[in-house]
Write a protein that binds this ligand. Structure first.
Ligand code: SF4
Length: 349
C-alpha cells in the first residue's frame, strides 16, 4: 500500500469510528472541562489549538487565555507566551514546531499519533535526495513537515504567507524547490509566475473537494461566495471567489458582502466562523462523489484525535511530551525564524 493510500485508509477508519463511538455523556464532559482548566493553571501551561480541532477544545483554549489559530500564529503565540508549558492541540508537526521555537519549554500534545498526510508523504531520506538533485534551487517547505525536513530547508512557510515569500524569492531571481503539497505549490506557482519545482504530496482532506459538487451547490445557493483553501485541487481553486489560508478565509467571511458562504476547508473552522460572523450561513463544500456515504467528509482524522479525555490525561499524568533532537532543532529553527521575521516585517493588510 502506498503512503497516500494508507493515509486514505486512516480517513475511512476514522469516519467509521466516529459513527460507531458513543458520545461522552454531557456531565462527564463538564467534569473534564473543569479538570483541564484547573490543571492548566496548576501547571503554568497554556493551550494552543488549531482551527480544525474539536469546537470544545477551541472553546477551552479561548476560555483559558490560550490561542485558537492557524499554524503560523500557533507557532508565534507559543514562542512568545510566558507559560513554561505548551499544550498543543493539533497534529504532530505543530507540536514539533512549538518545541523547535521554544526548546526551553515543555511541549505536550493530547496524542502523539496525530500526524498529517503531507508529513507522511515527505520522508526525509527521499526528500533530501530530491534536494541534492537540484542544488540550484531554494528549498521552500510547507509547515506540515517533520523537523528533519524543515532542517533541510532554506524557508518554512504556512499557507498564509507562502505567496509573499515565493514572490519575494522570485523577485530576487531565485528558483524554488517546493514541498510537500503539490496543490498549494501549483497555486503559488500560478499566482507568482515563479519557477517552482513540485514535490508530489497532498492533503487527504482538501484533495477531496469536488468542483462539480460545488457548482451543483451553487445552483441551490446562487448568491453564496465560494471560499477555498489552496490545498484544494486547481479545478476547485478555479471556481473560488476567494482563495486563502484558514485565517484569510475567516477574514473574508467577515468582509465579503455575501450572506451565504460555501467553505472548502476542514469543518472545524465552522466554530470560529459562526462565532465571529453569526449573521451569515456557512455551508460545507462537498467532497462526495455520487454513491458516497456522506455529503462532505471534510474532517481531518488526525485533528479529530485531539479530545477532552486525552487532553485531561496528558495534563494530569504528563505523558505525550514532544521531543526534538536538539541539533536538528537548531537547524530547523533557522528557516522557521526566517518565516516569522519575514511575517513580522510584512506591512499589515
Ligand atoms: S487537514 Fe490535511 S494538511 Fe491539515 S493536518 Fe489534516 S491531513 Fe494535514
Amino acid at each position: 500500500m502506498t503512503e497516500q493510500a494508507s493515509a486514505q485508509q486512516v480517513v475511512r477508519d476514522h469516519l467509521a469510528k466516529i459513527h460507531e463511538q458513543p458520545q461522552v455523556p454531557a456531565a462527564e464532559r463538564v467534569e473534564l472541562r473543569d479538570k483541564i482548566k484547573r490543571l492548566l493553571k496548576e501547571r503554568n501551561a497554556v493551550l494552543v489549538a488549531h482551527y480544525y480541532t474539536d469546537p470544545e477544545i477551541q472553546a477551552l483554549a479561548e476560555e483559558t487565555g490560550g490561542c485558537v489559530s492557524d499554524s503560523l500564529e500557533m507557532a508565534r503565540f507559543g514562542r512568545d507566551h510566558p507559560a513554561s508549558t505548551l499544550v498543543v492541540a493539533g497534529v504532530k508537526f505543530m507540536g514539533e514546531t512549538a518545541k523547535i521555537l521554544s526548546p526551553e519549554k515543555q511541549v505536550f500534545m493530547p496524542t502523539l499519533e496525530a500526524t498529517c498526510s503531507l508529513d507522511i508523504g515527505c520522508p526525509i531520506e527521499e526528500f533530501s535526495a530530491f534536494c541534492d538533485q537540484h542544488p540550484d534551487r531554494t528549498v521552500v517547505v510547507y509547515a506540515n513537515t517533520s523537523a528533519a525536513v524543515k532542517a533541510r530547508a532554506d524557508w518554512v512557510v504556512t499557507s498564509s504567507i507562502a505567496l509573499d515569500v515565493v514572490d519575494h524569492l522570485d523577485s530576487e531571481g531565485q528558483k524554488i524547490l517546493w514541498a510537500p503539497d503539490k496543490h498549494l505549490g501549483d497555486y503559488v506557482r500560478r499566482e507568482t509566475g515563479a519557477d517552482v519545482l513540485l514535490w508530489d504530496g497532498a492533503c487527504i482532506v482538501h484533495e477531496e473537494f469536488k468542483a462539480q459538487g460545488i457548482l451543483d451547490l451553487k445552483k441551490v445557493y446562487p448568491d453564496a461566495a465560494v471560499l477555498v483553501h489552496p490545498e484544494s485541487p486547481a479545478s476547485v481553486v478555479a471556481i473560488a471567489d476567494m482563495v486563502g489560508s484558514t485565517t484569510q478565509i475567516i477574514n473574508a467571511a467577515r468582509d465579503l458582502p455575501n450572506k451565504q458562504m460555501i467553505i472548502a476547508t476542514d469543518q472545524g473552522i465552522f466554530y470560529k466562523l459562526q462565532q465571529l460572523v453569526p449573521d451569515k450561513e456557512f455551508i460545507i463544500a462537498p467532497t462526495a462523489g455520487s454513491g458516497a456515504t456522506c455529503r462532505s467528509c471534510a474532517n481531518c482524522p488526525w485533528m479529530a484525535m485531539n479530545a477532552l479525555d486525552n487532553l485531561a490525561y496528558v495534563l494530569e499524568h504528563g505523558g505525550n511530551e514532544v521531543h526534538v533532537d536538539p541539533a536538528l532543532g537548531v537547524q530547523a529553527m533557522k528557516p522557521l525564524t526566517r518565516m516569522l521575521d519575514f511575517a513580522a516585517a510584512k506591512p499589515k493588510s
